[in-house]
Design a protein around this ligand. Sequence first.
Ligand code: PSU
Ligand code: MN
Length: 311
Amino acid sequence: MNSNLKRFIRFSPEITRAQSIGSPVVALESTVITHGLPYPENIQLAQDMENEVRQGGAVPATIAIVDGIIQVGLSIDQLEYLASGRGMRKASPRDFSRMIVNEESGGTTVAGTLVVAYATGIRVFATGGIGGVHRQPRGDVSADLPQLATTPVIVVCAGAKAILDLPATVEYLETYGVPVLGYQTNEFPAFYSARSRLPTSARADNPQEVVEIALTHWRLGMLSAVLVTAPPPMEVALPDDEMREAVKQALRDAKEERIRGQQVTPFLLKRVSEITGNASMIANLGLLRNNAGIAAQIARSFQRDNQISAV
Ligand code: PSU
Ligand code: MN
């Protein structure tokens, strides 16, 4: 890791040990804790995701910024602070410097987590849904997309959030050369539901296939992430039409209330959850856990292959 960055990062004892003995590690984001879910569902979810990773045979590294220090692996006290504390920031790459200088705390987005994961040698990352091109306000594009285009990490997600312009998001990924692997599916999942009618760029049916494609992508000199899109588990997925109506209503409300900037995504997720009577939140929790489990298997497979030849 470059020594400039080292000054700003602190590892939990568990991650230090995991990395020194070469255990597989899975990065987890934390905006879902600070901005994606209410308390106490958020802390419960954070622990559930960590448990899924452990049960899958890997070590979870939840990443966040605590009092101006980038933390890789969080103690239970730090998790509790992020989940229940006030004034938590949403940390995308542009926010890191001011948060470090001002000693602020907050959850790292997919974009922010990607930066830290790659810099610290973690090559597998699980999240719920990536950010993307918004339907409104026009021109609102998540920092997740350019970061995915430039950071060689395997990102396991359930597609992009259905509140987004999914066709435009998939086009962006194509333009910037990000492989989108449908995990046991040919269709790009729509976060709350399995179907978007949009194609993925390839399909992978098991962890080994994901790792083989990712390693080949990087051996060819490509620098982007490899996105693995797993449909939400059937038991928690929402019916298409219910979800579509809820998203439409939430978008109308956001327009009326002139929601802008970093507030757009948290506002829409919260409104959809209110409109669906929590069904969307249950879907969100189910798919986050599912993705953590898949990422753990991929990390184990990656660790095995990567010992033979590093990229
Ligand atoms: N997925 C969720 N809840 C969330 C997010 C994703 O289920 O809160 C977060 C992720 O951290 C993602 C961010 O990176 O929302 C995107 O925000 P924006 O659109 O402002 O870039
Ligand atoms: Mn935005």
